[in-house]
Design a protein around this ligand. Structure first.
Ligand code: ZN
Length: 457
């Protein structure tokens, strides 16, 4: 059996042209399942020919339209024809680029000669915005090498190396950042009627990415987070502070996108790293309520509880253990309800008991008791260092407001770990990581498609 695909093109002027694209054939009687339907290789050839035919037709019509002098309506003389290659998702197409002599009626000096190339002015890049977008999206989702392979497997896309995917991803990231800078600098006129009372919440967390050999440190820090507000879908952001140009601007753009306006208060939830709320302060230039993340606090309480459980399991039971155990059991409750001063007092009592136990008992007990001292001291200084950021978590939780960055942790996993995973032995230059994070955040937010339309427009 045989199939022939013919393409019927019709110009705006109504002229028709039929081109034979290709012919598929199969044995009269097929013998295996593999012979049924279209094959990938045929489809790729088909798409490439369709693209070439369509694109060349469009460009030719465009050139013909622009050949007419806009002033007097006369056809401008053809000077020469050159070709240019345009990379697309469906193959590289050689495009004819004619140059025209500018019509005499528009020449300033009568004997001068000037040329115009409207097609050249149309082809502002070597590739279509769609190809760039797909390469950047794949490059942000998976390794550059895999992205190149996936494209090559499925589409007749212009041949691409992993470096090509990387460069396109970086180019798109630079544009996303430029857009953010532009948005952050835009003064939004407040519509009082539309202003909503809920306060935006910024959840921040840091993580480490392995650096390429030769970088001054083994790891570098990436900051990730989410900006959330009632009635808005959350927006992710991520950056490598050491290389981001004005990192606070990226956060500011995310806040503005969530309806935040200059002067509005913002709540920031993060762990004890003072640089994180400081980033929010420089983004808003206004009031920031910093809340210590319950998740990080609770993890430290958990460490104390764990060591305590180990001590309780010792036989025969240690004499004054009961009092310490009661204090340990109260810790979580006290911190949850804003009783951090009482929690510090309790920690003091546990430490003094554990020190006694370490002195009075055999080495196994001593080691465990010392571990309890260490965990309690750690928790106590964590509480004291972050005192201003401790709140009544229970009360806030009951009003339905967020108290934890566990969602930011999820963002870290999505944004960083899944792409820059240590197990994959990936090492990153900080700038490269920063760029991939910009695109990944936009892709995961679903902001990426919208952006491409703007690019193409
Ligand atoms: Zn003219």
């Amino acid at each position: 059996m045989q199939w022939t695909v013919r393409l019927e093109a019709r110009t705006s002027a109504g002229e028709g042209e039929t081109t034979e694209l290709l012919t598929f054939s199969r044995p009269a009687i097929i013998s295996t399942l593999a012979e049924i339907g279209l094959m990938l290789a045929e489809t790729k050839t088909f798409l490439a020919r369709l693209q070439a035919s369509m694109l060349c037709g469009q460009v030719a019509e465009y050139a013909a339209h622009h050949r007419v002098c806009p002033e007097c309506g006369v056809l401008q003389p053809l000077k020469d024809r050159r070709t240019r290659q345009l990379q697309t998702l469906f193959g590289t197409v050689e495009v004819e680029v004619p140059r025209f002599k500018v019509c005499r009626c528009r020449l300033v000096a009568p004997l001068a000669e000037a040329t115009v190339s409207p097609v050249c002015a149309l082809l502002t890049a070597r590739c279509t915005p769609e190809l760039e977008q797909v390469q950047a999206e794949l490059g942000a989702r998976t390794s550059f090498r895999d992205a190149a392979r996936i494209l090559e497997t499925l589409l007749p896309a212009s041949p691409v190396t992993h470096e090509g995917v990387r460069n396109r991803t970086h180019a798109v990231a630079l544009r996303l950042e430029a857009d953010d800078r532009h948005a952050a600098a835009t003064v939004v006129v407040e519509d009082k009627a539309a202003a909503d009372a809920s306060r935006p919440v910024v959840m921040l967390d840091g993580t480490y990415v392995r650096a390429v050999p030769g970088h001054k440190t083994r790891n570098f820090e990436a900051v990730c987070g989410k900006v959330g507000r009632e009635g808005h879908s959350t927006r992710r952001f991520a950056l490598v502070r050491s290389v981001a140009e004005q990192p606070h601007v990226l956060l500011r753009a995310a806040l503005l996108d969530q309806g935040w306006r200059e002067g509005d208060a913002v709540t920031a939830i993060s762990d004890g790293d003072p640089a994180l709320p400081a980033l929010v302060r420089s983004a808003t230039g206004g009031p920031v309520e910093h809340i210590l993340d319950w998740f990080h606090l609770s993890m430290r309480v958990h460490h104390v509880e764990q060591v305590m459980r180990g001590l309780c399991a010792i036989e025969p039971p240690l004499a004054p253990l009961d009092h310490a155990q009661i204090d340990v059991e109260r810790l979580r409750h006290l911190l949850w309800n804003g009783g951090h001063e009482k929690a510090c007092e309790a920690l003091g009592r546990i430490v003094s008991w554990a020190k006694d136990a370490a002195l009075l008992n055999d080495p196994t007990v001593e080691a465990k008791a010392r571990r309890l001292v260490a965990r309690c001291t750690e928790l106590r200084s964590y509480i004291e260092n972050n005192e201003s950021a401790l709140i009544d978590y229970g009360q806030r939780y009951r009003t339905g407001k967020p108290i934890s960055t566990s969602r930011a942790e999820g963002t870290v996993n999505h944004l960083v770990s899944a792409r820059m995973n240590k197990r994959r032995q990936m090492r990153w230059p900080p700038r490269g990581a920063h760029h991939v994070l910009q695109v990944r955040a936009a892709v995961l937010d679903g902001r990426f498609g919208q952006h491409a339309i703007q690019l193409a427009a």
